[in-house]
Design a protein around this ligand. Structure first.
Ligand code: ADE
Length: 224
């Protein structure tokens, strides 16, 4: 999968890309990510990218032309499955949406700032608008990082154990069951006996039962 990310502050996204699973995915050539600076497409000596909102009100709006030019440059290099705008008023990100997007070959992500981007860019170029939750971030960068991380681990071959993304929370609409490691007794608290039994069938049944219980308690909405 290839992902291009347009941003005013690409540095905000760098660190998550350069560690752990996302780094491994890129090292294995299963994922490539390019950060594109919107500032490079700005106007004049100050590389201006934003302006006051027509009609007044507080906050600046990212202008059409720098974004349009940047997107068109990138589109001349490759065809994107989706052009995604990270915004608090987008579709709320969830696992089914991620599973669907993980089939993509090329994705373009656009990070907003200030009061957002000119509506005409949304109308003209954006194929999907995504929010990572009902709260407002200072820009789309952290949202893009979340999106890349959650997508990266779904690419076949990225996780060493192929089944491990399938047993994540939210796959099958269930939260994950509790997990334990050594020691067997921590300050008087024992690991559940069944996990030490070596009986795979029993362990699986226990985990499923626990997953149901956790989901019923914390996220009953997922079971509907
Ligand atoms: N930009 C600002 N807030 C956001 C959010 N909640 N999700 C995605 N992008 C955003």
């Amino acid at each position: 999968m290839h992902i291009d990310i347009i941003s005013l502050i690409p540095e905000l996204i760098e660190s998550p890309l350069n560690h752990s699973i996302l780094k491994r995915a890129q090292d294995k050539n299963l994922l490539s990510v390019r950060l594109v600076s919107l500032r490079d497409y700005g106007y004049g000596n100050y590389k201006q990218v934003d302006d006051y909102a027509f009609g007044g009100g507080a906050g600046m709006v990212l202008m059409c032309e720098p974004i349009a030019k940047c997107i068109r440059d990138l589109q001349s290099e490759r065809e994107y499955d989706e052009v995604i705008y990270l915004t608090p008023d987008g579709d709320r990100l969830n696992q089914p949406l991620l599973n669907q997007m993980s089939m993509s070959k090329n994705l373009l992500m656009l990070c907003g700032h200030y009061k957002g981007i000119d509506q005409r860019i949304r109308d003209m170029f954006i194929t999907r608008e995504i929010s990572i939750g009902d709260y407002v971030l200072s820009g789309g960068e952290l949202g893009a990082a979340v999106l890349v991380d959650a997508l990266g681990r779904l690419i076949p071959g990225v996780l060493s154990d192929e089944t491990s993304a399938l047993t994540d929370s939210f796959q099958d609409n269930l939260l994950a069951p509790p997990v334990y490691t050594r020691p067997r007794n921590f300050e008087g608290m024992e690991v559940p006996e069944v996990l030490l039994s070596g009986n795979t069938k029993k362990i699986e049944a226990w985990r499923y039962d626990q997953a149901l219980k956790v989901t019923e308690k914390r996220r009953p909405d997922l079971l509907k």
